[in-house]
Ligand binder design. Structure first.
Ligand code: COA
Length: 329
């Protein structure tokens, strides 16, 4: 068991834009079908922001809901950590825009980048701040406008992604939703499997980068698919061992929603029934770091876990990165 104070999730909130982009809509724009997308990914539709909406706009709505659920005012927040691959701009951080819009005038603010694993990474940082006693109240946000970095003519990637935001408030333990352990991993040797090549210091934005579409997500789907299964399985086994548990002792697996076949293959390798994995990818697609807090909010609203149940959050993404977090509900 880790030392220090206990850190609990005292409020959860999420926000999804209203506009729905269905597989049938995509099949009118591209050479694809509802049947192919549903069968290969489990996705039926995803939400997309209107023009002019930025990641911080979604994040603020999710944050307000999480703060309300925790009965915490924005001025009580000590720190805002936002995980996103679609920041409002390269700098300042999206967290600073959220801080201003919330009126969280006593909070520090920074962004954290671990792609689709980012929420689990950010939760791990929040837990450490709270468990050490350095902070009392940390707002952790996963928010994405994936539609802004998606190359819609590219049928092998554009079918996957959607927009949305989720947030949680982490405070000293109140006996509910305790963050028991976190495990993080990475493998930078496979960075090229999932990346936006242009727009940073290595390949600054230019007419050429825009013309070649290098400012959009580039994904080597088959290789990422395999790595996701291997590392999600491994980090669940590690978490079980660290807690003196068997994997079957988890009441629910709350996975990053990347592809239903990845999730089902991981469950099968672990010898767990697929019904133990929470799934909502059919409605929202892959919302990157927003997917786990959105799932947590749906689980909370639906009372799908009861006090004392043990859930494991598990994520995988570009970097490569992966992580898990055991939550005693
Ligand atoms: N509609 C119809 N056909 C499509 C298609 C689409 N949207 N996208 C690809 N295809 C075609 C390909 O062109 C290929 O045709 P070919 O056999 O004639 O060459 C065929 O379908 C198979 O393509 P492939 O890329 O091998 O499919 P796949 O089974 O690997 O599925 C992904 C593609 C992207 C759905 C899958 O690899 C995946 O989900 N990977 C993980 C991606 C991910 O989640 N990344 C984020 C991690 S956080």
């Amino acid at each position: 068991m880790e030392k220090g104070y206990k850190a609990s999730i005292t409020g959860v909130g999420s926000f999804l834009p209203e506009k729905v982009l269905t597989n049938d809509d995509l099949s009118k724009m591209l050479d694809t079908t509802d049947e192919w997308i549903t069968k290969r990914t489990g996705i039926r539709e995803r939400r997309i922001v209107e023009n002019g909406v930025a990641t911080s706009d979604l994040a603020v709505e999710a944050s307000l809901r999480a703060l309300e659920a925790a009965n915490v005012s924005p001025t009580e927040v000590d720190l805002i950590i936002t995980s996103t691959v679609t920041p409002d701009c390269l700098f300042p951080s999206t967290s600073c825009y959220i801080q201003e819009k919330l009126g969280a005038r006593n909070a520090g603010a920074f962004d954290l980048l671990a792609a689709c694993s980012g929420f689990v990474y950010a939760l791990s940082v929040a837990k450490s701040f709270v468990a050490s006693g350095a902070m009392k109240t940390v707002l952790v946000v996963g928010a994405e406008c994936m539609s802004k970095i998606t190359d819609y003519p590219d049928r092998s990637t554009c079918i996957l992604f959607g927009d949305g935001a989720g947030a949680v408030v982490v405070q000293q333990g109140n006996g509910r939703r305790e963050i028991v352990t976190t495990h993080l991993g990475s493998d930078g040797s496979k960075a090229e499997l999932l990346t936006i090549p242009a727009g940073g210091s290595k390949l600054p934005a230019s007419r050429e980068t825009v013309e070649s579409g290098s400012h959009y997500i580039k994904l080597r789907g088959k290789e990422v698919f395999k790595q996701a299964i291997i590392n999600m399985v491994d980090v669940i086994i590690k978490a079980a061992a660290a807690n003196d548990m068997q994997v079957e002792d988890f009441d629910m697996v709350i996975p990053h929603q990347s592809n239903i076949r990845i999730i089902e293959a991981a469950m099968e390798k672990l010898g767990l029934p697929k019904e133990k994995a929470f799934i909502n990818i059919n409605k929202y697609g892959n919302t990157s770091s927003a997917s786990i807090p959105i799932a947590m909010d749906e689980i909370e609203k639906g009372q799908m876990l009861k006090p004392g149940d043990t859930a494991i959050l598990v994520a995988f993404g570009g970097g490569l990165t992966w992580g898990s977090s055991v939550i005693k509900w």
